[in-house]
Design a protein around this ligand. Structure first.
Ligand SMILES: Cc1ncc(C[n+]2csc(CCOP(=O)(O)OP(=O)(O)O)c2C)c(N)n1
Ligand code: SF4
Length: 422
């Protein structure tokens, strides 16, 4: 037991008689009984009336999106993985409805945390809409005829999902020991506190008593499971390989002739190497001492239709990706032509390199027809187009692009000489 104050001392932000206030007071008392330090508590709150209490707590607090507080809390618990710290999540029945999968998942994975569900059987903050926890017959301002079905039995669900400690309690008086039991359990614990919202629940159901309502709804007040030593088993590899370590390391090896940025759009068909060609061009520009950005566009069905990439190459730092009106537009197929027609129409200058089999779209750019497909076939046409463009523009040393090409598996299948016939 300690006498640390876990609350700011200013008034709690709830309507008079709201059960959320009782949960706040019982939480403080439970934490004092545990003798835990203020800053060893991480309180994650959800959206809703209960969530605005975070400004009253002197502990660490995190305010989550509606229904996502359990996912946030689970992430924090997994990341700190420290038995001296206590992660507590406050969520309403509305947030529990929206984030049910997170609750089941967190119980299933056994995250070391406690969820306190503020079940006032409706969405309080937004004026009393029913949630999936609204009991049969319970009326709300937006459901004045009363619910015609039973609400979820959350405790049964979470017990079945594998939680270590689950208890339901009627939120009246001192139930701090119930919270102590949950807070001190190892692994995932949950307490469902039954309440009525005086502003919407009581008004819509005059004379209804909380204990009677809970009893009539068939929700049992009890401890559903209490395996207090069940521990969190890490669901993921504890020593994952860094995603950064094998990134492309850039050393300038070649020269360039660029004094201002140039934007290039490659537009062709899925499966014809547009994204690879864009990547090769970007990497080559980097080893020629330039900055580059690359933005890929393709339909969700990645195997058919167009594929396009917008590349910017510049001697200066570039703070954005994409260039809807390129300086250079390369079109290698019919799909690419259809995709890039609008961009071509906006070009007032620059160059348009287009496969010689295609009819050039309306454009203010200088049009150059090149037999991309005929020279190297459809699959390599995009790759060939960047060699062709680099040879034509000389914006940086061709040796940079040759280096990137030769360092890739493609060079085992495609002779580099094929790419160098202009
Ligand atoms: C994803 C999402 N849906 C809806 C809302 C609007 N909204 C804000 S508070 C709230 C009701 C909250 O009810 P509950 O979670 O039960 O908490 P209570 O207010 O009763 O404490 C809703 C629907 C939102 N903020 N985010
Ligand atoms: S509206 Fe209801 S849930 Fe919200 S603070 Fe008031 S009594 Fe509590």
């Amino acid at each position: 037991m300690n006498n640390i104050s876990f609350l700011t001392g200013s008034e709690l932000p709830f309507c008079k008689g709201c059960g959320h206030a009782t949960i706040t007071q019982n939480t403080e008392k439970a934490l004092q009984k545990m003798g835990i330090d203020l800053l060893d508590v991480i309180l994650v709150t959800d959206i809703g009336c209960h969530g605005i209490v975070d400004k009253s707590f002197l502990t660490h607090t995190v305010h989550g999106l509606h229904g996502r507080s359990v996912a946030l809390g689970g992430g924090i618990a997994a990341a700190i993985s420290n038995p001296t710290k206590k992660v507590i999540v406050f969520v309403g029945d509305g947030g529990a409805t929206i984030g049910m999968q997170h609750l089941i998942g967190a119980a299933h994975l056994g995250f070391d945390m406690t969820v306190v569900v503020h079940n006032n059987m409706l969405y309080g903050m937004t004026g009393g809409q029913p949630s999936e926890f609204t009991p049969c017959g319970f009326k709300t301002p937006t459901l004045p005829e009363g619910s015609n079905k039973a609400g979820y039995d959350l405790c049964e669900l979470i017990t079945a999902a594998g939680a270590s400690h689950v208890q339901r309690v009627v939120g009246i008086g001192d139930y701090s020991d119930v919270l102590v039991n949950a807070f001190t359990a190892k692994g995932f614990s949950l307490v469902e506190v039954m309440e009525i919202c005086p502003s919407y629940g009581v008004k819509s159901n005059p004379g209804m008593k909380l204990s009677k309502l809970v009893e009539d709804s068939g929700l049992i007040i009890k401890t559903f499971v209490s395996e207090k030593d069940k521990v969190y088993s890490k669901p993921v590899n504890p020593n994952p390989k860094s995603l950064i370590s094998d990134k492309f390391e850039v050393t300038t090896k070649h020269t360039h002739n660029l004094s201002k940025p140039v934007s290039i759009m490659l537009s062709g068909s899925a499966g014809e190497g547009i994204q690879s060609a864009a990547e090769f061009l970007s990497k080559a520009a980097m080893i020629a001492g330039l900055n580059t950005t690359k933005k890929g566009s393709y339909p969700v069905t990645v195997g058919v239709g167009f594929s396009a990439s917008e590349i910017i190459i510049s001697p200066e730092q570039i703070l954005y990706t994409g260039s809807p009106i390129p300086d250079v537009l390369v079109i290698t197929s019919v799909d690419g032509l259809n995709y890039a027609r609008a961009a071509a129409g906006k070009m007032k200058g620059g160059i348009l390199l287009i496969d010689e089999t295609l009819e050039a779209p309306t454009t203010g750019a200088q049009v150059i027809k090149v037999p991309f497909r005929e020279r190297v076939g459809a699959r390599n046409s995009a790759m060939y187009s960047i060699f062709w463009y680099l040879n034509h523009s000389n914006i940086f040393a061709m040796d940079a692009l040759k280096d990137v090409f030769m360092g890739n598996k493609i060079s085992e299948k495609v002779q580099i000489e094929t790419m160098l016939k202009f």
